[in-house]
Design a protein around this ligand. Structure first.
Ligand code: FES
Length: 170
């Protein structure tokens, strides 16, 4: 460790790794080195930052910026911004960014009036907001929703878990 202008932490825990985080960090390190910026920009890997459904994620300090869904195609633009002390707005994740607001809107609707409802209802709410079955499967894998077979022949249910309610404040 040495003192730098930027400390860039790249999550390479399992969910981000499955979505290409190791390629992202490798290319980021390579690009920083290629431009001779390694004394100013320190790139490191880290464990989960618990935003696994939107990874690969990168956190930049001291800026306190989180980048989500980063791919190798974004690296040149990201290094341009790091070197210039700017941010790549289209990749920034924050509580008020459009993607996060969309997820919060869904979870607010899905917990009103209660966090458990027939699966088909939640699937319809998700579809109205552009979230497909693959997205719901990811949310289930991440523990934001829990599916349960219907009791006594009733419909399958989905519960929005405490983890999701805490993250989205619903
Ligand atoms: S695996 Fe990267 S945020 Fe969880």
């Amino acid at each position: 460790m040495h003192w730098t202008d930027k400390h860039v932490l790249c999550c390479t825990a399992s969910h981000c790794a499955q979505k290409g985080a190791n390629d992202v960090v490798m290319q980021l390190r390579r690009e920083v080195l290629r431009r001779g910026l390694d004394s100013r920009i320190f790139v490191n890997t880290c464990g989960t930052i618990d935003l696994c459904d939107v990874g690969p994620n990168i956190v930049v300090y001291p800026d306190g910026v989180i980048y989500a869904g980063v791919t190798p195609k974004d690296i040149k633009e990201l290094v341009d911004a790091l070197a210039a002390g700017q941010t790549v707005e289209r990749l920034v994740l924050g509580p008020d960014t459009a993607a996060e607001c969309g997820r919060r809107d869904l979870y607010a609707a899905a917990t009103d009036p209660a966090p458990t409802r027939p699966a088909a209802d939640l699937e319809a709410l998700a579809a109205e907001r552009g979230f497909d079955a693959a997205w719901l499967a990811e949310q289930a894998r991440r523990g934001f929703i829990a599916r349960k077979p219907g009791a006594d022949g009733g419909p399958e249910t989905i519960t929005v878990t405490k983890k999701a309610r805490d993250r989205y404040g619903v």
